[in-house]
Design a binder for this molecule. Structure first.
Ligand SMILES: Cc1cc2nc3c(=O)[nH]c(=O)nc-3n(C[C@H](O)[C@H](O)[C@H](O)COP(=O)(O)OP(=O)(O)OC[C@H]3O[C@@H](n4cnc5c(N)ncnc54)[C@H](O)[C@@H]3O)c2cc1C
Length: 495
């Protein structure tokens, strides 16, 4: 007699939930239902339109596309093509108030030449820095990102032994900034490399220098742009899942995880109990415990960890084309240390670093012929009850002044349509605790170990994926969390 399929209930159709659903449904033996509170998939990785402009709501930088390709290989669909994307020759354009501009090529050699020309720093300094980033990633990436840190056998492999032997060279007890200052010296180059801390909402003056592996993602592995914009990633994984038989239920907020005899046994959705053999939560782990497992003991120490930063985003349809701008553009603050000091204190610095992403540069259909879709972002603290309306109005003013000054054009009159995302609406739209973009902060050396594992230690058959759990936030890591959940389920249930 054929074995019954295991029924899996997934809470949330964020990128982690979508990828987990696809991975399990691509394997024989699992029947998957995804319940999503919103009426659309993707969570933070969603899209919206304003008049003639289309905007990606959250992520704008696509790295590690191999993890999307891996999902495609697993699904082997009959009538869906692979996700089309292009590698970017220039990863970011950096601007300073004194007129210095660095166009950071993906190619380490070209980047080093540009730095030598613009900052008079020998190119070898940049090349050695990038070699160090690659080494840090190669030594630790496999252990910290691809596996659960919560099983003994993760720590008894030869790759861990190799990493431990190299510990002194990983500089884990220095901050990113200390390491960058020692290696790079030039304040602008230090600032440029410090900004990689913001990849996971961290503070370069506190986060361990191990995070200096991040530049390798851009200059070693590359940055990419999916055809049609970032939402194409969500749409692709969603459609692959659909083809594999995943049942998606939108406008379906889960109210409770049903636990019986120490095992997750189902979900309460729209007042109805639904039985499942396994439950995976892609909802922020804080709210999973507080709202869906309110009668269970919660891992309080983990839930109390410092949150990552949040963001203030002005979505502006700009009625002009700026030839000096490209896909990723960063306008640095004069005093980066003061900016992070403010974030630490729950404030926004008066001269914030401004990031502008313009998807329409590579997806012209996203803006009218005369315009561009600006995703204008400033890092802000997570929500701790600040007077956000006042802060937003103040910051909007300052950002407009800064950009007008640095671009030599009055920006405000060019805004044709406008919308806003801020810590309170990030929490409201995606249930992300305090509006943090990347779950918990990575500011301590222990951060990786303190993040919630991809399974529950107290409740059997309950798993976790997405940016608030191991290995952390950002699209690539959320996709890896789905892979680890699949490994965990395989470990306990076969398949
Ligand atoms: C403004 C911004 C910029 C970013 N920039 C980048 C970037 O450039 N590159 C990058 O890689 N990453 C970036 N990130 C981070 C990245 O977006 C996230 O790490 C990732 O998308 C999180 O995915 P997730 O799987 O954790 O799910 P989320 O996107 O957090 O979605 C969780 C889903 O669960 C649903 N849900 C919650 N509770 C329930 C419930 N009770 N019942 C049913 N459904 C529920 C929510 O509605 C939501 O759809 C950015 C994030 C933001 C907000």
């Amino acid at each position: 007699m054929a074995k019954d399929k295991l029924k899996v209930g997934i809470i949330g159709a964020g990128i982690g939930g979508l990828a987990t659903a696809l991975r399990l449904s691509a394997k024989a033996g699992f029947e998957v239902d995804v319940f999503e509170a919103n009426s659309y998939p993707g969570g933070k990785l969603s899209e919206f339109r304003l008049g003639e402009y289309r905007f990606d709501a959250g992520p704008s930088l696509f790295t590690m596309p191999q993890y999307v390709d891996e999902l495609y290989q697993l699904a082997r669909p009959t009538n869906i093509p692979p996700l089309p994307y292009q590698k970017m020759d220039t990863v970011c354009h950096y601007f300073w108030e004194d007129g210095t501009r660095i166009d950071a090529a993906a190619s380490p050699d070209a980047f080093a030449r540009e730095v030598e020309e613009k900052l008079k720093v020998p190119g070898s300094v940049v090349l050695q820095k990038l070699e160090d980033s690659a080494r840090k990633y190669q030594l630790t990436g496999d252990t910290f990102l691809h596996k659960s840190l919560h099983h003994l056998n993760t720590w008894t492999t030869s790759s861990v032994a190799k990493a431990l032997l190299q510990l002194p060279r990983l500089n884990i007890f220095r901050s990113m900034h200390q390491d960058n200052r020692k290696r790079l010296k030039h304040p602008k180059l230090v600032q440029l490399f410090n900004r990689f801390a913001t990849y996971n909402g961290s503070d370069p003056y506190r986060a361990t220098a191990l995070l200096n592996m991040i530049p390798h993602f851009e200059h070693g592995i590359g940055t990419y742009f999916p055809e049609g914009g970032m939402f194409a990633i969500t749409d692709h994984i969603y459609k692959l899942g659909k083809e594999k038989g995943v049942r998606y239920h939108f406008d379906s907020p889960v109210e409770k995880i049903l636990v019986k005899d120490g095992r997750a046994r189902g979900l309460l959705v729209n007042g109805k109990e639904k039985a499942f053999d396994l439950v995976v939560s892609n909802m922020d782990v804080f709210f999973t415990y507080r709202n869906l497992l309110a009668d269970q003991k919660a891992p309080e120490r983990m839930l109390r960890q410092e949150k990552s930063t949040s963001a203030l985003i002005f979505y502006w349809g700009i009625g002009k084309q700026f030839s000096e701008l490209d896909l990723h553009n960063i306008f640095f603050s004069e005093d980066y240390q003061a900016e992070f000091e403010h974030l630490r204190q729950g404030k926004i610095y008066e001269d914030p670093t401004v990031y502008i992403n313009i998807g329409s540069k590579y997806a012209p259909e996203d803006a009218p012929a005369h315009g561009e879709n600006w995703f204008t972002m400033v890092n802000v603290p997570y929500d701790s009850g600040q007077d956000w309306d006042k802060l937003i109005a103040q910051t909007r003013n300052r950002v407009l002044k800064k950009l007008s000054r640095m671009l030599g054009t009055d920006i405000e009159p060019l805004i044709e349509v406008e919308d806003l995302l801020e810590p309170r609406s990030i929490q409201r739209k995606t249930s992300s605790h305090l509006g943090a973009l990347y779950g918990t902060a990575s500011n301590s050396q222990m951060a990786a170990f303190l993040r919630h594992p991809n399974f529950s230690r107290r409740i059997d058959d309950l798993y976790f994926c997405g940016g608030s759990v191991h290995p952390g936030g950002g699209i690539p890591l959320c996709l890896l969390s789905a892979k680890i959940v699949e490994q965990e389920i395989k470990r306990t249930h076969g398949g």
